[in-house]
Design a protein around this ligand. Structure first.
Ligand SMILES: *[C@@H]1O[C@H](CO)[C@@H](O)[C@H](O)[C@H]1NC(C)=O
Ligand SMILES: *[C@@H]1O[C@H](CO)[C@@H](O)[C@H](O)[C@H]1NC(C)=O
Ligand SMILES: *[C@@H]1O[C@H](CO)[C@@H](O)[C@H](O)[C@H]1NC(C)=O
Ligand SMILES: *[C@@H]1O[C@H](CO)[C@@H](O)[C@H](O)[C@H]1NC(C)=O
Ligand SMILES: *[C@@H]1O[C@H](CO)[C@@H](O)[C@H](O)[C@H]1NC(C)=O
Length: 405
């Protein structure tokens, strides 16, 4: 109602001649849009965001219905000029030269939507569709702003290690190199152990990670994975080989026999000494007897060991790559064979004999005492309910002695 009244008022203002006195002449004022404010005549502005992928296709819509006329324009980011791409003033679409730089542009039939194939990066920017509806009656004007973002997929990343064979305790970095990819890019770092266990060791926006204090557990396959809004791609895996050692050696003696003086063995036995020291590359071993080198290799075996072989045995482990070494010494005492020495057997026999004699004497004594007292039984138990031990006269050393009547 108000709008109608306003319209009438405007009609009156613009149509009724208002005489002006200028240089003695009477003129009519030229109607300007500045004074014609009518909500029905306001241009409608609408914004949309469209995300395209470089090289792929995208469709830019110019409103939900087909306008009578339209003009598609493009504004490059960082510039102010608006330049026409295609227009249709009712006589069919007229594609402009500029369109060539924006990809393969076609107008979708029976619509004002623009289809762009093989989207180039250059199409990144603001597309404006000025659409005119109801031209015959009460024209309406719409401005559709389509903000086109052209994204680039991440290309296959390249993993770079500052050192593929770092020494334990050192510091290194890993870098994920990408040729292409629209930001923001997320980097994921994966570690795969020898047994195929994959863990994520780091994740974030940084394309480089530092590994301080590298240790042997860092050994394994590494991969970096790059992800953006378009896609995810993974680098080839790289093997990281931590160099370390040798650790303090462990010596295994077989047969195993230990005394307060160290390891012991019996004469004529075959004694085997096995040395193991964790190292990468693997340790090389040298055996020493009383400080003289006697063997090279992890397992030193002495067949038919003699008492004269008593002494100190040392295993030296070497990492020839790092030129580092580590040593462990054990002492081994060789005793004579037991069958050549009757001492333990003689002692055993003597003790056994004495014990037997003592028990026999004690039993005899008890027997004599019992017989002499000859006390009558107090209980009148039936034989069936008798505790077998209660029935005993003497219980000693799990032997039951019954008194004879
Ligand atoms: C990166 O993009 C450029 C330009 O689009 C292209 O020529 C190149 O092949 C891409 N590189 C990779 C690794 O995909
Ligand atoms: C893999 O690693 C995780 C974390 O270190 C551990 O919990 C899991 O038991 C491992 N799996 C195998 C098969 O080693
Ligand atoms: C890695 O270490 C370098 C110095 O060696 C440093 O400049 C850089 O900021 C570190 N990066 C990270 C992610 O810690
Ligand atoms: C390596 O891993 C093992 C087993 O998970 C662990 O016992 C050891 O302490 C780790 N070594 C280092 C140097 O972190
Ligand atoms: C080795 O040393 C041990 C203990 O010091 C000693 O008893 C033994 O006689 C030595 N053997 C040789 C062959 O020197």
């Amino acid at each position: 109602m108000v709008a109608q009244l306003l319209g009438l008022a405007l009609l009156y203002l613009t149509t009724s001649p208002v005489p002006f006195a200028a240089n003695g002449m009477s003129v009519y004022p030229v109607p300007t849009s500045a004074v014609e404010i009518n909500p029905n005549w306001e241009v409608v502005y609408q914004d949309t965001n469209v995300y395209g992928v470089v090289g792929k296709a995208v469709i830019l819509e110019c409103g939900p219905t087909v306008p009578d006329m339209y003009i598609w324009s493009f504004t490059q980011p960082g510039t102010e000029a608006i330049r026409a791409v295609v227009y249709n003033l009712g006589k069919g679409p007229r594609i402009q030269k500029l369109a060539e730089t924006l990809g393969q542009i076609t107008i979708i039939s029976n619509s004002a939507a623009v289809s762009i194939e093989k989207l180039p990066l250059a199409a990144h920017g603001l597309f404006t569709c000025q659409a005119f509806y109801d031209i015959e009656r009460e024209p309406k004007v719409y401005y559709y702003y389509v903000h086109l973002t052209v994204r680039v997929p991440v290309s296959k990343p390249n993993l770079l290690l500052s050192d593929a064979s770092p020494v334990e305790g050192s510091t290194m970095w890993m870098r994920c190199i990408l040729e292409n990819g629209t930001d923001p890019i997320k980097y994921t770092w994966q570690h795969e152990t020898r047994n195929g266990n994959i863990t994520v060791i780091a994740q974030g926006s940084s394309s480089i990670i530092n590994v301080t204090d590298v240790n042997r557990n860092h050994t394994g396959w590494y991969r970096c994975v790059a992800t953006n809004a378009v896609n995810t791609d993974s680098s080839n895996r790289l093997w990281l080989d931590t160099i370390f050692g040798p650790d303090l050696p462990e010596i295994n003696v077989t047969p195993f026999s230990i005394t307060e003086r160290g390891y012991s063995a019996l004469e004529r036995e075959t004694v085997s000494l096995l040395c193991q020291a964790q190292s990468n590359p693997a340790s090389q071993y040298v055996w020493f007897y009383n400080n003289s080198q006697v063997y090279t290799g992890p397992q030193f075996t002495i067949t038919k060991i003699l008492r004269m072989h008593t002494g100190d045995y040392a295993c030296l482990a070497q990492n020839t790559y790092l030129n580092t070494r580590s040593k462990k010494t054990i002492s081994l005492t060789v005793y004579s064979e037991p069958r050549n020495n009757m001492y333990p057997a003689v002692i055993g026999a003597a003790i056994g004999g004495m014990l037997f004699a003592a028990i026999l004497t004690a039993l005899l004594l008890v027997y004599i005492i019992r017989n002499r007292n000859n006390n009558p039984r107090e209980s009148q138990q039936s034989p069936a309910s008798r505790n077998p031990l209660k029935d005993c006269d003497v219980v000693t050393h799990f032997v039951c002695f019954h008194r004879t009547a």
